[in-house]
Design a protein around this ligand. Structure first.
Ligand code: ZN
Length: 264
């Protein structure tokens, strides 16, 4: 009679490494891991190819908008401007144009539509512009496709593949911010970004709590729109007048729309 226990333990001693390998392979092929790699590619190439004394990388910033939040993948702050980077982790052929509402991804014969990432990132850029109180010409929207995709239509210069976004950022050589302003922007982002441990003395603390709680519950709050025009509202600070320094919700379509909501 064959000793199965012995056979099994012999087999196990030969093949013990197969199980962790299988688990690793499954992990590497998951969308989660690919997303992580895409983000890492952007971080690593920024570290390697952009001088860290000149370009300050801030990752994964969540900024409150009225009744909700907006999430920005990467912000790169430099004297040459503030770069708002949106990463798209996609494979296949990409068809799109600057002004098209929806773009198309094609993998073999299957096609699927997705929101024009420039429109998506326009919202992020506008929110940041108003939150920081910067002139619009000091911010640049950049889209980076990571993963195995290739463009099948002519793309604007700020829509890039892989490390191409570095080239775009480096192409901006006009000095737009002083070193002091650069530091100010970095500080402002740190002050405005949403963090579970955000200072509780802020006027919007209750709202922040609500957002954090809803995030933890896995149900993001829908942003409440501007009562005048329906755009998103962003947290702003009064610059002039008797209320200077006070925060309020202002319409992201400013100056076209001057809709505001004040705290009760
Ligand atoms: Zn409005």
């Amino acid at each position: 009679m064959i000793d199965f226990t012995h056979l099994f333990s012999q087999l196990f001693s030969m093949l013990w490494w197969a199980l962790p390998l299988l688990i690793l392979l499954t992990l590497f092929r998951s969308a989660w891991f690919k997303g992580l790699m895409g983000e890492a590619m952007v971080n690593i190439s920024a570290r390697l190819f952009l001088n860290k004394n000149d370009y300050h990388l801030i990752k994964n910033v969540t900024i409150p908008v009225f009744g909700g939040t907006t999430q920005i993948d990467h912000i790169i702050v430099s004297r040459y401007g503030v770069f708002v980077v949106e990463t798209k982790n996609m494979k296949g052929w990409i068809f799109g144009g600057e002004h098209q509402k929806a773009w198309t991804q094609q993998i073999y014969k299957s096609r699927h539509k997705f929101q024009n990432p420039l429109h998506q990132n326009y919202k992020h850029t506008k929110t940041l512009e108003l939150t920081l109180g910067l002139e619009p010409e000091k911010l640049f929207s950049v889209v980076v496709f990571v993963g195995a995709s290739s463009f099948k239509t002519e793309m604007p210069e700020n829509v890039t593949e892989g490390g191409g976004y570095i080239r775009y950022i480096r192409s901006k050589t006009k000095v737009l911010l002083s070193e002091q302003e650069v530091q100010q922007v970095i500080q402002q982002v740190a002050d405005h970004r949403l963090h579970p441990s955000i200072k509780t003395h802020r006027e919007h603390a209750a709202h922040v709590k609500e957002i954090v709680a809803s995030k933890e519950a896995g149900q993001p709050l829908g942003a409440k729109p501007c009562p005048k025009c329906g755009s998103d509202m962003v947290l702003r600070t009064s610059k002039k007048g008797p209320n200077a320094g006070n925060e309020f919700w202002g319409c992201s379509a400013f100056p076209k729309c001057r809709g505001i909501v004040v705290f009760e």
